[in-house]
Design a protein around this ligand. Structure first.
Ligand code: ST9
Ligand code: ZN
Ligand code: ZN
Length: 341
């Protein structure tokens, strides 16, 4: 059992099956039609395509197990709890703490968030942050790893199945990562990721229901490991796709990012993306709303109460109002009657 779990979980990891990838032809399947990019060709990464095909096929099987009631209730409660915790590692950790330095965290909190982020398998913190900083600095250009101008599919999942545009490497090399290089927790995670990630994202969550309440091993694998992981990936990806396509632009109508409540709920507060692109240093990643649409803020506030988080950055109401009046689309409460466009 353990070896088959290991085999399945490592299917994505970069180096473990690099050999397999090297054997596959790097197929250039299409040219982008935009004049600017005539020299750019897609290079499909079949290792990732196959990985995602497996994930989604296995997720459908998990749905079948769910519909037919072939699971123990504890397994679902556990999977949900695990998913929420892992998401906090991405939102409160990789995103607000490490990518944007929106607050500071003492080492026990950084260690906790790092463990949670490893449970989420969205690449190690260093890589996640580098891609995300590039996304903010070069939003919706060829240097943006998940450039939403290339459509929903590309910005949602497609970007993880092809080699990056050369602008991502070139312009990405201007990103300062020295703060992360000074964080021993981040660097330790980077070094040990290929071992820690499969353990924390797949093996441990699949083993807990088997060990503690005698869940069927395959049910545990499909529901607590695969289905939980796939769903949390899609919720995350919606921030890059849906929240760059559909929604309001209360703070800046000239950018692609939108405020999208449904995405905010699914992504624990990360769907207020128009606000976030305008004020990326705000630890709430939102102006309005409460913990129900922004659980990540709740966690940071709690950590601040306990003295584990400090220097929480935010934006004054005045500054927000001025910006909404100047560049918003008129959907901000303070401009609704004056600035409709
Ligand atoms: C995943 C990530 O899903 C999701 C991120 C979402 C972000 C959302 C943000 C929104 C806010 C937060 C919302 C949270 C909501 C949470 C809710 C939860 C319910 N700059 O990448 P490589 C250089 S991961 C500068 O291999 P290829 C660098 O030298 C899913 N330089 O490029 C690098 O070498 P090294 C699981 C850069 O070969 C070298 O290029 N993971 C940059 O084109 C090669 O880099 C997967 O599916 C940069 N930005 O491959 C696998 N980038 O690293 C994902 C690269 O040694 N990745 N360089 O320094 C891959 O397999 C590959 O990256 C690839 C591209 C095939 C996509
Ligand atoms: Zn964005
Ligand atoms: Zn951000």
């Amino acid at each position: 059992m353990t070896s088959s779990l290991l085999l399945a979980t490592t299917i994505f990891t970069k180096d473990v099956i690099k050999q397999v990838e090297d054997d596959l032809p790097k197929i250039s399947t299409a040219r982008l039609s935009s004049g600017k990019n005539r020299d750019y060709e897609w290079q499909i990464v079949w290792r990732n395509v196959l990985g995602f095909v497996y994930l989604h096929a296995a997720t459908f099987y998990a749905l079948y197990l769910t519909i037919t009631g072939r699971f123990k209730l504890y397994t679902y409660i556990f999977a949900l709890t695990f998913a929420i915790l892992a998401a906090m590692g991405v939102t409160a950790g990789a995103h607000r703490l490490w990518a944007h330095q929106a607050y500071k965290a003492r080492w026990p909190l950084r260690l906790f968030l790092c463990v949670l982020q490893t449970m989420a398998f969205q690449n190690h913190i260093y890589e996640w942050v580098r891609d995300h900083r590039v996304h903010h600095k070069f939003t919706e250009t060829d240097a943006d790893p998940h450039n939403a101008k290339r459509g929903f599919f590309f910005s949602h999942i497609g970007w993880l199945m092809v080699r990056k545009h050369k602008d991502v490497f070139e312009k990405g090399s201007t990103i300062d990562m020295s703060d992360l290089e000074k964080d021993p927790i981040v660097m330790f995670q980077k070094k040990t990721y290929l071992f820690m990630m499969p353990l924390l994202c797949f093996i441990i969550p699949a083993a807990i229901p088997i060990y503690f309440w005698n869940e069927d091993p395959w049910t545990s694998w499909y529901i607590a490991a695969i289905w939980r992981y796939t769903l949390s990936l899609h919720f995350t990806w919606l921030v890059n796709s849906a929240a760059h396509i559909w929604g309001n632009k209360p703070y800046d109508k000239y950018i692609g990012a939108t405020d999208n409540k449904s995405v905010a709920i699914c992504a624990f507060g990360e769907g207020w993306h128009n606000y976030h692109h305008v004020f990326p240093w705000d630890y709430k990643a939102a102006e309005l709303g409460n913990y129900s649409t922004n659980l990540s803020t709740g966690l940071i506030d709690l950590a601040a109460k306990w003295g584990l988080a400090y220097d929480l950055k935010t934006v004054s109401v005045e500054m927000i109002k001025k910006r909404a009046a100047r560049t918003g689309d008129g959907s901000h409460p303070s401009t609704e009657h004056t600035n409709k466009s």
